[in-house]
Design a protein around this ligand. Structure first.
Ligand SMILES: Nc1ncnc2c1ncn2[C@@H]1O[C@H](COP(=O)(O)OP(=O)(O)OP(=O)(O)O)[C@@H](O)[C@H]1O
Ligand SMILES: O=P(O)(O)OC[C@H]1O[C@](O)(CO)[C@@H](O)[C@@H]1O
Ligand SMILES: [Mg+2]
Length: 481
């Protein structure tokens, strides 16, 4: 049964509570589109693969843990090459744009989209849009060939540059139309995927044969639905170097304290995973878990206790943690960047000063505090091996989807398999660390830090999550195992 709820949703339901959250297809709004056999069948590298094409009915389950009688829940279209494609290779004019903050792996994805289009589909017209969304209407473009992109995965950043702000949908689609572009690959975080959805809507409104594909990037790992975003693994690995240095410094001094600030504006995934991986961290502070400094159960009491026990300690703090505690200079606190994201004062500096004041001025106790802020160093490096492979699969899945005529989707792994996820689900809200999940409990048990929560908060959080789980049948837990 096909049950189209709104113009955004393409939902199929079936027996046993199976739901397919399908993505739009060019043929949904353009009648009588011609199809072509997928050129991969003549490609010597791929033709040897038994069952190379994905079946049109293949889906990926969002919930991997199910009970005997529970509904099968939401599924997504499996990514991969289709037997029929909706673009002739000669006809394709693709473009790639990178938006938002930098992230390891951007260049790898650019490289693999270009090489995928060239080598798998014989597409030779790929354009790089420079400087993010505004680049569509205010900057030059750069032709991308396998030769141009050959070595770029070894470099951090994006060869195309990036930017904040400037998401003028109408001007962007005018530029797409004027340039004769018919496949748009958009790399970016939560804000970028939001605008990608608007570009898709405008393209559809104008009836253009243009596939709009979102590719998730962000070291914050806050894009919902998908397992993780590119660059996250690399960021967690690189954060270890800063934590190690903080630990070495702290251990070598009397009452040594190492404070490391990591990125994570609203989601503390990097801080949580880096802490769990390192085991040298005594306290991890993230935006999702409010903390307080003074009094019984407060952070300062814990720092004192740890210094007495072991003579040193390491604190990891995500940039968005404790922002509500910083009264600070209102001219800084109320500032926004070009994408309307609030500019945060430096919580690492603030915390370091508070700890110093507490021990040196009030307790008259000498401490040795070193503050390390590796945030931009972490996100400017090239992707590690695991992210590189991930970027390759993601880019190829994006190319297969566009060639097959799918549009209006973000590509990403769900339970380890790449799939096509409709924009409206990606845009529903950023992913957060769930502090009533096992992963956060694991962290608390490994650092032995206070939870800073009273039992009432925990009960409230649990109740809210139970309601969420029972109303939409989805597991909102992103970190549970
Ligand atoms: N709500 C929104 N609606 C439309 N466009 C948006 C929105 N938020 C951001 N954008 C556009 O998306 C682009 C990148 O946005 P942003 O700076 O928020 O980065 P991002 O994609 O969220 O990545 P990150 O925050 O992880 O660096 C900008 O050009 C911005 O104008
Ligand atoms: O200083 P910029 O370029 O705005 O980037 C900082 C932001 O980038 C992010 O890492 C997301 O990419 C956020 O955690 C952080 O707030
Ligand atoms: Mg953002």
């Amino acid at each position: 049964m096909l049950d189209c709820v709104t113009s955004h949703d393409k939902i199929t339901t079936a027996a046993s509570g199976f739901v397919l959250e399908d993505v739009p297809h060019l043929s949904d709004y353009i009648p009588l589109l011609q199809t072509y056999p997928d050129p991969l069948q003549d490609n010597p590298s791929y033709s040897v693969v038994a069952q190379y094409y994905v079946n049109v009915d293949d889906t990926i389950a969002q919930q991997i843990v199910v009970h005997k009688n529970s509904p099968r829940g939401t599924h997504f279209r499996r990514a991969g090459p289709a037997q029929k494609v909706y673009f002739d290779s000669e006809e394709v004019h693709a473009c790639i744009v990178t938006c938002g903050g930098l992230c390891p792996g951007l260049n790898t994805v650019i490289r693999e989209i270009v090489c995928g289009l060239y080598h798998m589909y014989g597409v030779h017209k790929v354009l790089g849009i420079q400087g993010g969304y505004p680049g569509f209407y205010s900057r030059n473009t750069v032709p991308l060939t396998p030769k141009v992109v050959n070595d770029i995965h070894k470099r951090g950043g994006s060869i195309l540059g990036t930017s904040y702000g400037g998401h003028d949908t109408s001007k962007i689609v005018d530029s797409i139309q004027d340039r004769g572009i018919n496949q748009v690959y958009i790399l970016g975080g939560y804000g970028t995927q939001y605008e990608a959805a608007m570009i898709f809507e405008e393209v559809r409104r104008r009836g253009l044969k243009v596939a709009v594909v979102g590719i998730p990037k962000t070291i914050d790992n806050d894009i919902p639905v998908i397992d993780k975003s590119i660059g996250f693994d690399t960021a967690v690995e690189e954060a270890q170097r800063a934590i190690n240095s903080a630990h070495v410094e702290a251990e070598s001094a009397e009452n040594g304290i190492g404070v490391v600030k990591l990125m994570g504006r609203y989601s503390g995934f990097i801080a949580m995973y880096a802490t769990l991986a390192s085991r040298d961290v005594d306290c991890c502070l993230i935006p999702e878990s409010p903390f307080y400094l003074e009094g019984p159960g407060g952070l300062l009491e814990f720092v004192e206790k740890r210094l007495k026990e072991q003579g040193h300690m390491v604190i990891v703090i995500a940039e968005g943690a404790g922002q509500e505690l910083l009264s600070g200079n209102p001219s800084i606190v109320n500032k926004q960047d070009a994408s309307a994201d609030k500019l945060f004062p430096d919580v690492g500096l603030w915390l370091s000063q508070k700890i110093k004041d507490h021990f040196e001025k009030r307790q008259k106790m000498a401490i040795n505090l070193k503050y390390i802020d590796p945030t931009y160093m972490i996100r400017a490096i090239p992707s590690n091996a695991s992210d590189n492979v991930y970027c390759t699969l993601l880019a190829q899945s994006a190319v297969h989807g566009a060639m097959a005529g799918y549009t209006g989707f973000t590509v990403g792994p769900v339970n380890g398999r790449n799939c096509y996820i409709p924009f409206h689900l990606i845009n529903e809200g950023e992913k957060r660390v769930v502090i009533t999940d096992r992963m956060w409990a694991r962290l608390l048990s490994s650092t032995h830090q206070p939870s800073f929560l009273n039992p009432k908060d925990i009960t409230g959080e649990r109740e809210e999550r139970t309601v969420n789980q029972t109303t939409d049948g989805q597991n909102h837990s992103e970190t549970a195992d």
